[in-house]
Design a protein around this ligand. Structure first.
Ligand code: FES
Length: 294
């Protein structure tokens, strides 16, 4: 992993620390490029899990240990937004044939394991062979007036809904950073407790240019965004609450009115700085359909 420490100014020492931890852990224990191999070999059940590298929106303060994992965005011919989910494939794992969802995107192995934390590893939508489409759909409750007035819960998100993304604002923080929405993903006809919550943000052009100039994730940024849309699984990596970008005025008290803020214990994430992390993904539970490959 290249040393990115020179890219950050003095006041963002936290970023350097996070990067350093990721880099040294990867180098000391497995060597760069070997994480994908260990993903499988360290899994106690053979259903995915183990040491996993991922790109997420950056954790900048608070108790959350990691960024929230990004979901690569693509837009279809009619302007509808989808989150990329890897095609399932069958691999041999501890002597068994099992299904995994894994692919190479933007210089990293992107897999369903990115989302296997906070109980999400039990959700139907993270199963490699889940019978789900990948469109982002609007959630049924959102902290945004525009979403509650202009679109309906369950509708697919469309680029036309975000036309004013260069100027959008509410009464929280600054306007003109981008336009957010709360959504769901791969969760049609799934009970609320098993629904994958996502946040989608169409980043304003000036801000997106900053992202392109500053992040060490250039290849990933290029591959995981389209028309300035960034998306992530919206489960706080602390105790699994649902944060929001400009979703609550309380965020201003913690300097987070222009960031993603978790109201449970005040973790703050920077959606404008995709960052690489390593964590130990939990295995999917017994009873899911990994046996399909056996
Ligand atoms: S900060 Fe604790 S759940 Fe988000």
């Amino acid at each position: 992993m290249p040393d990115e420490s020179d890219k950050y100014p003095e006041e963002t020492g936290r970023r350097r620390f996070v990067k350093g931890v990721v880099g040294s852990a990867a180098l000391a224990t497995i060597g760069v490029g070997s994480a994908a191999t260990l993903n499988l070999s360290t899994s106690p059940t053979g259903r995915g899990g183990g040491i996993t590298q991922f790109f997420g929106i950056e954790i900048v303060s608070g108790p959350a240990p990691n960024g929230m994992p990004q979901i690569p965005v693509e837009i279809d011919d009619e302007g509808y937004l989808r989150g990329v989910f890897p095609e399932p494939q069958t691999v041999e794992q501890q002597g068994r044939q099992v299904q995994v969802a894994r692919t190479q995107i933007g210089g990293i192995t992107y897999s369903s394991e990115w989302f296997q934390y906070c109980g999400v590893q039990t959700y139907p939508g993270v199963r490699p062979d889940a019978d789900q489409e990948n469109y982002f759909r609007y959630a049924d409750s959102a902290p945004y007036q525009w979403q509650n007035e202009d679109v309906s819960a369950g509708d697919r998100m469309n680029i036309d809904d975000f036309e004013d993304y260069e100027t959008w604002g509410n009464d929280i923080g600054a306007a003109g950073l981008g336009k957010p929405a709360m959504g769901t993903w791969r969760s049609q006809d799934v009970p609320p407790a098993g629904t994958l919550p996502v946040q989608v943000l169409r980043v304003a052009p000036d801000k997106f240019e900053e992202m392109q100039a500053n992040v060490s994730a250039g290849q990933w940024l290029e591959a995981s965004t389209q028309e300035n849309f960034v998306a992530w699984l919206n489960k706080c990596t602390h105790f699994c609450c649902v944060p929001s970008f400009k979703g609550t005025a309380q965020s201003a008290k913690f300097g987070a009115s222009n960031e993603v803020y978790c109201p449970c214990h005040q973790s703050v994430y920077d959606p404008f700085n995709p960052t690489e992390y390593t964590f130990v993904a939990l295995p999917r539970t017994e009873g899911d359909s990994d046996e399909g490959g056996e």
